[in-house]
Unconditional design. Structure first.
Ligand SMILES: *Cc1c(COP(=O)(O)O)cnc(C)c1O
Length: 379
C-alpha cells in the first residue's frame, strides 16, 4: 500500500538534493573539522558554508549561528544558558502555556532550581495577549520565550510586538521557530529577535541536527562542556554531514519559500473546505488568520481520535492526534486544552500537516477516507 503522509509537523522527508549534498561527508570527506590537514579543512569549510546558508534564511550574521543536535537542544541551551548567566539579575521567566515540551519542560526544570515562570494563557485562536505579556513583566524578568508558530494548531504569534516589549524592558527574547523556519518568512534583524531555535528534520533535512541563533552581544552560559567547537559553546565533534544537509535545506527553503507557502496554503484551504462541507459537526481548532500555511487541526465530536488514527493508518494515511511528542501519553493535548477544548473534544481531534510532496489528489484521498471512517466510528 502506498503511504500518504500528512504529518509534516512531526517530521519531513529528507529532500533528494539535501541527501546528495550530504553523502560525500560520510566516507569521502570524512575529516574532523578541527584537524589541520587538508581533509579536516574541507569539513571545516563545509560547516562554514552551511552556517552562511542558515544565517541567510533568517537574516542574521553567520557568526550568530550555533549548530546543535536538535531543536530541543537549541531551546535547552539558550533558556538554561540565559537563566544561569542572569540569575544574579533576576529569576523570572515568561513563556506561554502552548510551548513545545522542549521549552515547557525546560522552564519547569528551572522552577525546581528556584526560578519563577509565568505561563501566558492563549485565546481560543491560540494567541497570547500582548497586554497580559506587558503586565507580567517584573523587575527581575530575564527572559521571554514565546514560540514563533505552534506545532499543533499552527498559530503564529505577534512576534514583532513581543520583541518590541522585550526591547523596551531590556529583556532577552527567545523564540522557538522550529515550525516556522522554512514555512514562513523570518527576519531576525527586522523582527528584533534575540535568539531563535530551528531544527533540520522539520524543514526537509535529517533528524539530529539543529541550530541556535543568538544575537551577538548576548551572553549565555554553555550547555555542553568539552572541546572548543562552535565558539566554545557546544562541545562535540560536529555532525558535518548533518550540518551540510541543514545548510542545503535552508538554502532551498529560502529560494522556494513563496511557492512553498502558496502550495501548502492551497492544499490546506482545500482540505478545510472539504471537511467543513462533508463532515457534520467538524470544528477547526484554532483560527484561520495567522496560521501556518500547512496546518489544519479538526475536532470531530463523538469520534475517538485514536481509533480515527488507526483507521486512517489502515488506509496508509499518516496524520497525528496532538503532536508526536505528546502521543503515547493518554493526557489530552495541553495546547488544545489551553485554547479551551474539553478533554473529550481534544481527544476527538486530528492534526493534518501538509508538506511539499503532497498533491490535491492526496487531499481527495484523505477526505474520502476521513468521511467514511468518521461515519463508521460515529455509528
Ligand atoms: C519538533 C519541535 C521541537 C523539537 O525539535 P527536535 O529537533 O525534534 O528536538 C521544538 N519545538 C517545536 C515547536 C517543534 O515542533
Amino acid at each position: 500500500m502506498q503511504i500518504k503522509y500528512f504529518d509534516n509537523a512531526a517530521t519531513t522527508r529528507v529532500k533528494k538534493e539535501v541527501l546528495e549534498e550530504m553523502l560525500p561527508y560520510f566516507n569521502e570527506k570524512y575529516g574532523n573539522p578541527s584537524s589541520l590537514y587538508s581533509i579536516g579543512r574541507v569539513s571545516k569549510k563545509a560547516i562554514e558554508e552551511s552556517r552562511k546558508k542558515v544565517a541567510n534564511l533568517i537574516n542574521c550574521n553567520p557568526n550568530e549561528i550555533y549548530f546543535t543536535g536538535c531543536g530541543s537542544e537549541s531551546d535547552n541551551t539558550i533558556i538554561k544558558g540565559i537563566a544561569n548567566t542572569y540569575r544574579k539579575k533576576g529569576r523570572h521567566i515568561i513563556t506561554s502555556q502552548i510551548e513545545h515540551p522542549a521549552v515547557l519542560h525546560t522552564c519547569q526544570a528551572l522552577e525546581k532550581q528556584g526560578f519563577e515562570v509565568t505561563y501566558l494563557k492563549v485565546n481560543k485562536e491560540g494567541f497570547i495577549n500582548i497586554e497580559e505579556l506587558r503586565n507580567s513583566i517584573r523587575n527581575d524578568t530575564i527572559l521571554i520565550s514565546i514560540m514563533f508558530a505552534n506545532n499543533e494548531i499552527g498559530s503564529i504569534q505577534p512576534i514583532e510586538m513581543i520583541s518590541k516589549i522585550a526591547r523596551m524592558y531590556n529583556i532577552v527574547f527567545h523564540t522557538d521557530a522550529v515550525q516556522a523556519c522554512g514555512n514562513i518568512p523570518i527576519d531576525v534583524k527586522r523582527m528584533g529577535i534575540d535568539s531563535l531555535s530551528l531544527s533540520g528534520h522539520k524543514l526537509y533535512a535529517p533528524k539530529g541536527i539543529g541550530a541556535l541563533y543568538v544575537r551577538n552581544g548576548i551572553e549565555f552560559e554553555k550547555f555542553m562542556d568539552g572541546g572548543h567547537q562552535e565558539k566554545n559553546k557546544r562541545a562535540g565533534t560536529e555532525n558535518v554531514a548533518g550540518i551540510v544537509g541543514l545548510g542545503k535545506a535552508c538554502e532551498l527553503a529560502n529560494i522556494h519559500l513563496k511557492e512553498h507557502m502558496q502550495h501548502l496554503k492551497e492544499l490546506r484551504d482545500y482540505f478545510i473546505l472539504q471537511v467543513e462541507e462533508k463532515i457534520e459537526g467538524a470544528v477547526l481548532n484554532g483560527g484561520i488568520e495567522n496560521r501556518l500555511p500547512g496546518n489544519a487541526n479538526f475536532a470531530f465530536p463523538s469520534v475517538d481520535g485514536e481509533a480515527l488514527l488507526l483507521n486512517l493508518d489502515a488506509k496508509g494515511i499518516c496524520a497525528s492526534a496532538g503532536s508526536a511528542c505528546t502521543s503515547g501519553s493518554s493526557a489530552p493535548s495541553h495546547v488544545l486544552s489551553s485554547i479551551g477544548l474539553s478533554d473529550e473534544l481534544a481527544r476527538s481531534s486530528l492534526r493534518v500537516t501538509f508538506g511539499e510532496d503532497n498533491t490535491k489528489e492526496d487531499v481527495d484521498y484523505l477526505v474520502e477516507n476521513l468521511c467514511e471512517i468518521v461515519q463508521k466510528l460515529r455509528k
